[in-house]
Design a protein around this ligand. Sequence first.
Ligand code: ADP
Ligand code: ZN
Ligand code: ZN
Length: 721
Amino acid sequence: MEQAPAETISVLLPGAGPGPFDYLAAGKDYRRGDIIEVPLGPRRVAGVVWGRGEGQVPPEKLKAAGAAFDVPGFPPVFCDFIDWISDYTLSPKGAVLAMAMRFPDAFVAEAARMGLVATGTQPERLNKQRARVLEIAGDGLVRAGAELAELAGVTSSVIKGLVAAGALAPQALPRRPLPQPDPEFAPAQLSPHQAEAAQAICQAMTRGYAAFLLDGVTGSGKTETYFEAVADALRRGKQALILLPEIALTAQFTSRFAQRFGVEPVAWHSDVPRAQRVRLWRAIASGEVRVVAGARSALFLPMRELGLIIIDEEHDAAFKQEDGVIYNARDMAVVRAHLEGAVAVLASATPSIETHVNAESGRYTRLVLPHRHGAAVMPKVSLVDLTKTPAASGQFVSPPLRAAVDAAFARGDQALLFLNRRGFAPLNICQTCGHRIGCKQCSSWLVEHRYRGRLVCHHCGYEEPKPPACPACGSQGSIVASGPGVERIAEECRQHFPDVRIEIASSDMMHGPMAMQAAISAMERGDIDLLIGTQIIAKGHHFPNLTLVGVIDADLGLSGGDPRARERTFQLLHQVAGRAGRAERPGEVILQTRNPRDPVMQALVSGDRNRFLKQEAAEREPHHLPPFGRMAALMVSGAIESDVEEAARTLAAQAPQDNRVRVLGPAPPLMARLRGMTRLRLIATAPRNFRLQAFLRAWLAGVSLSRKVRVSVDVDPQHFI
Ligand code: ADP
Ligand code: ZN
Ligand code: ZN
């Protein structure tokens, strides 16, 4: 579109429908990325100029495109990014664009707020109150009427009277600029390792695209280190984007940022109110906002001078979006950095196998922070073999763990017990007939939440009261809770430790981020002695007096045989362990397990993370599992089981013949029924250098399936089996 103005343009509309569509340019000079209004049937909608018209429809049948909105268009490289993701994930371009256009209100300039200014005209009647107002307004500033009234100590009717008398006149209030982060506000004194890492990132920013793995143990100062890179981006007039798992975007993070830069970062995640997001979106598009800290959706903000993207906790599964456009924000962030000539920094204490292998191969540069900051040392990890020293019958805290918790309290320290299970019990069983109470919509058991008195499905949200009699055999009072959730651990601990202050931290016990924040603050202040929590508490938090972490069931999550399960369990438990002993006093971690020989347990005890990663990688390589090969999953789902089975069989039978590709399945996934839908999965694997997307596209184009089923494509799935 660089040459002469095109006669027709193609315009992409947000949404999963077809498109882009051609429109007449009618003499206007449109550019790729312009956000414009176009007619669509009887409506007028916002779309983005994608290029020259594609010419499938003759010009005389086209409608004229409308005017551009009063907002900067998308930078062309941002449009390239959308094209790239669409191509990689096999999602319609419009569906990807929709993620970048979630706040169309932002395309229209906010109506200016009106204030009042002195006109110089003297009112005929000038009493004391009026005189006071005019004296204040005499400085010529525009003020809101209410502010003027307050300053002068008069009522609003005095102000209205002055407007009526022509002494004050309405004028638009100047918009206050957003406070800007100051790179020189409070720089940290970096340790030599930290300084070396920060310098490598800053130097790379002078050259263009580069990707780093900032590989440091928990508490080693990764955040302090990448803050220096953010400061440097600001000094160079570049924008920086910090992506965090939503759960880590706490007040702790924003206040640390404020301590370093003088103001809080612009935060972008689902808890930010819509009206605020609309305003921020405009300020981001205009370039006024220089730093955004956000969840994965922040990757689709149209920053135009992006110089640095940080992906903190890069291994976190929350970066993967599992519905709609299925993508991994971590990987797409690296793609965006590449397209923009920016620097990507992936930070983690427990890198994913993918990232570890990329660092080993040199695709990413590894920067190592080997020690905790200051006097803090890594906690000592030990195992309790539950097959040898079990908890008392009906209990879950073994004697050694209980003794260690007691010892922590005796020292005046805090303790954390970790169990990644919400509620009271994961299952209810009939003692008479063995019936287990499951969800009617999903292949899962209902979890008992005793605090709320309900049985709840954690997959679809279905809930019911606990039945007084067994629904299968009818026997009264025979339904008993089986296994522990955090509520049950809390109940047990109230008996063991009657005098300590206990708090449960799980997403359902704390309604919203405020409650979570309250619990964190209470823990920081020392108002809690024993915190019992799920993964919500595993990450990022810094509790100086927490010196004991106990893991109730370290084996949870290891069953099922998916290679990724070991990696995930290691990451989670390592993160939890990293909460212990982050200040002067050393920390201790106790893992209760039935599999003390498992490589995950061994790696946690020895602390030899790299050996674990190497073993895991070595197991995947011969089978061409990611990252040594490509993988995509096709999920077939529908309301009627036989439809789904037939569609999945047809799909499998019609896979294009290519001896480089292996197609596995159809097989039921872990959740074979979800929200009333039956699901079957096919998996395609291929060598690394194979264009799997082209294969998938040809495959899907060649089959016609019943309209009663849906097929979704997941490139680089999280689950391998
Ligand atoms: P990580 O992100 O690697 O877990 P943090 O950046 O959170 O580590 O650092 C852990 C703790 O050590 C924090 O309280 C942080 O403020 C402190 N810290 C780290 N590096 C420095 C430094 N160079 N100067 C002062 N404090 C630091
Ligand atoms: Zn029964
Ligand atoms: Zn359910």
